[in-house]
Design a protein around this ligand. Structure first.
Ligand code: PRP
Ligand code: ZN
Length: 285
């Protein structure tokens, strides 16, 4: 039977959210300690655990069929892969940062400076675009300590919460890239594998759609139903069913989490009672 092999980061910033995403798609991976491969019991998917740096190449070389990786990693590696879905987690910036004590007049500050980074490809592109001539030093980890020990004048690295910069007395001065986790695939997959991927994406999207939506149930006297229905955006029109009590109905609909407080207030004003709001697990259209 054909299986789709997905490359996932072994540990680090993307691992946990990647595993959650797969779990929420209803896929049960049997993951052992220190295992390189894990297969699913109830879906034709197999996970291959790799360092994030290695994931773009693994997909390009068909060691894995698809992968979850930071967009920054994908852009840095310039492998022949494409984004099939943006995943919305592990959001970060890839930025230039300089010692806090330095005055920063603008990007020309970087001319002639030494910049330490693990992302030389993205950095060189960015410098070229901004007509800056600087010295790029490639360091594979702990880039943030380079200025403090005199190894560089500045750094180009991932910034997420910003706490690494703060604790190293650095300040972010230019953002080159906004990045997030992405699902990558080769330009082409076999028809069988593509079908599995389509199913996987469909599941992910159903979970995603449900996340910012709530199911709402309320009771109201029949003469108020029309006014209440106008307030509820819903997917289509709300479901209205009569209650045992004559002259009363129950109204069901779906609302966006963001509109929640505004809508609840309006519903009460319009005569709604016994309002119940419950989470939705999945939403299939
Ligand atoms: C990145 C980056 C910083 C840190 C920034 O490292 O190199 O060290 O995250 O995050 P913050 O703004 O929330 O402090 P990462 O955790 O990816 O590990 P690595 O540098 O070892 O690859
Ligand atoms: Zn780091």
């Amino acid at each position: 039977m054909t299986q789709l092999r997905i490359a996932i980061q072994t540990k680090g910033r993307l691992n946990e959210d990647s595993m959650t995403l797969i779990k929420e798609a209803g896929i049960k991976l049997q993951v052992g300690k220190r295992k390189l491969l894990a297969s699913a019991r109830n879906f034709p998917l197999e996970a291959l655990f790799l360092r994030d740096d290695d994931i773009p190449q693994a997909v390009a070389d068909q060691v894995a069929d698809i992968g979850i990786v930071g967009e920054n990693e994908m852009l840095e590696k310039k492998e022949d892969v494409k984004i099939v879905k943006r995943l919305g987690f592990s959001k970060c910036r890839v930025s230039l940062a300089i010692p806090k004590s330095e005055e920063y007049p603008g990007i020309e500050w970087f001319n002639g400076k030494r910049i330490a980074t693990s992302y030389p490809v993205i950095l060189k592109d960015f410098l070229e675009k901004n007509k800056v001539k600087a010295d790029v030093h490639v360091i594979s980890g702990s880039v943030e300590i380079a200025p403090g020990i005199g190894l560089a004048d500045a750094i180009f690295d991932i910034v997420s919460s910003g706490s690494t910069l703060v604790s190293n007395r650095l300040k972010e001065v230019e953002v080159a890239l906004y990045s997030e986790a992405v699902l990558i695939a080769p330009q082409e997959l076999s028809a069988e594998k593509q079908a599995i991927l389509d199913d996987l994406i469909f599941r992910m999207e159903s979970v995603e759609r449900a996340k910012d939506k709530k199911y709402i149930l309320l009771n109201a006297p029949n003469e108020k139903i029309e006014g209440i229905s106008d307030i509820l955006p819903g997917m289509k029109s709300p479901t209205v069913t009569p209650l045992a009590e004559p002259g009363w109905s129950s109204v069901h609909s779906v609302i966006a989490e963001n509109d929640f407080w505004e809508i609840i207030g309006k519903l009460k004003e319009a005569g709604a009672q016994g309002i119940l709001v419950v989470p939705i697990e999945k939403m299939i259209f």
